[in-house]
Write a protein that binds this ligand. Structure first.
Ligand SMILES: Nc1nc2c(c(=O)[nH]1)N[C@H]1C(S)=C(S)[C@@H](COP(=O)(O)O)O[C@H]1N2
Ligand SMILES: [Mo]
Length: 257
């Protein structure tokens, strides 16, 4: 059957579905808006969750690739074997005591063991990673959409940035790698807390056990070894104040691709 042949009936079907849903929604909303409790609930939820999800994420996706294009080696860069005591302790137990923490401007601070993350609805994506040093690699990632984690923790008013705290001390001065993004990128569908790379646990060199993939950003905005995701009104009070480890050295905060 050619496309031309099936298209007209599909269109009719679609029209029918839209009409039916539209009518159902209208009746439902009308009935619900007469219930004051529901209106109050909408008033409190709408500004934070629904508005963010509906309007801030309506942006373009980074290109995704077929599995045949995955690079044989996902070249590691920056920290590749963190030596901070807290990381070494977790690594010694194969990360069984690891928790991904959500805190800051949220109603409900949360902690996720790896098993809990793996049990959540996942997203997989094969994308190209571009480092400002001038190389690119293609890799496959699986993880939990950051949007889902933020929805569980529920943002508090004033939350504008997501700050990622990492285990590693790249500059060897007692500080820790960190990064930050705004809520547009936080709610982007390809922004995931990844726990797998190319179908296996993420190797230590690439950020085990959890690293972010924020696919419309350059390499330095893909924090590895993440332990805490903090919601904040501003990023100036973290690290050197410019929003990230490399930003503090002069790199651009937005770092988009
Ligand atoms: N915690 C942490 N995250 C980091 C870095 C780092 O040194 N530490 N390096 C960044 C840079 S510059 C790049 S290019 C990528 C490298 O990721 P990869 O090691 O998986 O290739 O991680 C980014 N995230
Ligand atoms: Mo990089």
């Amino acid at each position: 059957m050619t496309d031309d042949l099936i298209r007209p009936s599909r269109r009719r079907l679609l029209r029918g579905v839209i009409a039916a849903t539209g009518a159902g929604l209208l009746a439902g909303c009308d009935a619900l808006s007469r219930n004051e409790g529901f209106v109050d609930l909408l008033g409190s939820v709408e500004p934070l969750n629904q508005r963010l999800q509906r309007f801030l994420t309506g942006d373009r996706l980074a290109q995704e690739f077929p599995a045949s294009m995955i690079s044989p080696v996902f070249r590691p860069n920056g920290s590749i074997d963190p030596q901070t005591p807290e990381y070494l302790a977790l690594k010694a137990n194969d990360f069984s005591d690891y928790r991904l923490r959500i805190r800051g401007l949220v109603e409900k601070p949360l902690e996720f063991p790896l098993d809990a993350l793996r049990a959540m609805p996942a997203r997989s994506q094969i994308t190209r990673h571009d480092c400002v040093e001038g190389w690119s690699v293609i890799g496959g990632w699986t993880g939990v959409p950051l949007a889902a984690l933020l929805d569980l923790a529920r943002l508090r008013p004033g939350a504008r940035y997501v700050v990622f705290h990492c285990f590693d001390d790249l500059s060897n001065d007692g500080s820790r790698y960190y990064e930050s993004i705004d809520l547009v990128d936080a709610y982007h569908p390809q922004t995931i807390a990844a726990y797998a790379m190319n179908g296996a646990a993420i190797p230590v060199a690439n950020g085990a056990p959890v690293r972010m993939r924020i696919e419309r950003k350059l390499g330095y905005k893909q924090p590895k070894y993440v332990h805490t995701i903090e919601l904040a009104d501003a990023y100036a009070r973290f690290g050197g104040g410019k929003g990230g480890f490399w930003e503090d050295q002069g790199y651009d905060w937005y770092g988009g691709i």
